[in-house]
Design a protein around this ligand. Structure first.
Ligand SMILES: [Zn+2]
Ligand SMILES: [Zn+2]
Length: 495
């Protein structure tokens, strides 16, 4: 949907103009379907708010929910090529015109009221934390994540009082429950399992400062990466992490640090669910109610868990429950995975296009135990900058939040949808096709890596045999291949 249409429609009542897009053909049926009470109650309690904004879509009155879905399909198809061609690394800043800025202010999509599933995205908090609220409303998010300060710098100015007040005011005005549905993301620099004393103190101070910011803002949940053991043993790293967490919990009163599941690459903590159980065992039990876990679907899948098949998803949750306890589950990061299951690579893909596939997200969106948890998209939204000079050395990209608006609509539409029905199958197939080329490329890369690993191991086996026979020649292998392509939890640029 071009932004111009959204702009025209968002202010007033829905227009009665006939849609031109062929994807809206099913309108009559959809209206009937939506007014059926059974279906309605499952999906949306009230469509009034959506009708008012029926915004970008602005077609006929009844088919609001379905419209969102139809738009998703259309837009997803339109943008497929761009999305896949995205260059994620380099971003050139450019100045926006006044009109462009104004157009950006208008919501791309209305928030869906009355849902029990709270879906949103990791939005920008550039130029003040309070801006995140408008940025989330802009894409129709009912939950969201943000960085409380620069995620790649140690030194940050303190939270300004007026920023804090503005944040609280906008939360109240726009009906965001900061205690439940806002989930800041910690700095990438912080490793609480750090061995070096000076670095550990620096990490702890930055972490505690973030927790204090949460408390000032009325935010209860704070997501962060468990960290890395680096050259040390995993168990010593867990001990250091537990100690730092215990100290931080004691130094604060209400905030709940939420540890994110990781893909288990190298010495990273948090790939296996059992590691969280081991960590909890090292923390005084009276503090346990203040320890949360966030499932990142891409990370846990890359760590080897099957979240795609309904049976795999079920056993993942029962393993979670028996090892950790589902009461510790406080949030989810919703990302598809560009890399295959077990690849231990942190490569987020757009929903339905990766190796997880749409079925995984159908599992998520229909899981009763996830009700009321913040679910945050961290999917790629950078696309080639249309105004970039042709032939420029570096491909420049722009962040396009429409991708998230569409993904939120898509995810919400999965609530109560029959996974064996035509509608789901159609969506699943279309999105899977969009990601096919990317998956093939990644699969090839993964297969090659597995092959190289095997050869290495075979060589190492020979070497250790020589060692045993006294013919050793230095045993250190090559440094682990750097996977610089991995982009982590924020795969787009933030100004
Ligand atoms: Zn993360
Ligand atoms: Zn994440």
């Amino acid at each position: 949907m071009p932004p111009r249409t959204a702009r025209k429609a968002s202010g007033g009542a829905p227009r009665a103009t006939e849609p031109t897009s062929p994807a809206n053909k099913r309108k009559t049926n959809d209206t009937a379907e939506l007014s059926s009470p059974a279906r309605r109650s499952k999906r949306v309690k009230s469509t009034d708010e959506l009708k008012a904004v029926s915004a970008g879509s602005a077609k006929t009155n009844g088919a609001v929910k379905e419209e969102v879905k139809e738009e998703t399909k259309v837009a997803v198809v339109e943008e497929a090529d761009d999305k896949l061609a995205v260059t994620e690394k380099s971003t050139t800043k450019k100045r926006k015109t006044k009109q462009e800025k104004e157009a950006e202010m208008l919501p791309l999509r209305a928030r869906t009221p009355g849902l029990r599933m709270f879906v949103g995205a990791h939005v920008s908090a550039a130029k003040g934390v309070f801006n995140s609220i408008n940025n989330s409303t802009h894409i129709g998010g009912n939950a969201f994540a943000l960085f409380l300060k620069s995620q790649r710098k140690w030194d940050n100015p303190p939270l300004q009082d007026d920023h804090r007040d503005q944040f609280r005011k906008l939360c109240a005005e726009q009906n965001y429950d900061a205690a439940q549905h806002i989930l800041p993301h910690g700095s990438y620099l912080v490793n609480l399992a750090q061995e070096d004393k000076a670095k550990a103190k620096q990490a702890y101070d930055a972490f505690l400062n973030d927790l204090q910011r949460c408390e000032a803002l009325g935010i209860k949940l704070y997501n962060f990466h468990p960290g890395s053991a680096n050259q040390t043993t995993h168990s010593s790293a867990l001990t250091r992490l537990a100690k730092a967490l215990t100290a931080a919990l004691t130094a604060t009163t209400s905030v709940i640090p939420v540890l994110e599941t990781m893909c288990g690459h190298g010495s990273t903590i948090g790939g296996k669910l059992s590691e969280f159980r081991d960590l909890l065992a090292l923390i005084p039990s009276d503090l346990h109610p203040r320890i949360g876990i966030c499932i990142d679907t891409c990370h846990s899948f890359a760590a080897g868990y099957d979240l795609s098949s309904p049976s795999g998803f079920k056993s993942f949750l029962s393993e979670f429950d028996s090892l950790i306890g589902l009461h510790h589950l406080r949030a989810l990061h919703l990302n598809d995975s560009k890399a295959p299951r077990g690849s231990k690579r942190d490569l987020h893909a757009n929903i339905g296009t990766g190796f997880l596939g749409l079925r995984a997200f159908h599992n998520v969106m229909n899981e009763k135990r996830f009700e009321n948890l913040p679910m945050v998209l961290e999917t790629p939204i950078d696309r080639p900058d249309p105004s970039a000079k042709a032939g420029a050395k570096k491909a420049s990209t722009v962040a396009d939040p429409r991708v998230w608006a569409e993904e939120i609509a898509l995810l919400e539409s999965l609530i109560g949808m029959d996974p064996e029905g035509e509608e789901f199958k159609g969506l699943e197939e279309r999105l899977s096709e969009e990601g096919r080329e990317m998956r093939e490329k990644q699969q090839e890369q993964y297969d090659r890596k597995v092959e190289t690993e095997k050869k290495k191991q075979a060589k190492a086996g020979q070497r250790s045999l020589m060692d045993m026979m006294g013919g050793s020649k230095g045993k250190k292998g090559k440094k682990q291949e750097e996977e610089s392509e991995d982009e982590g939890c924020q795969s787009h640029s933030e100004e």
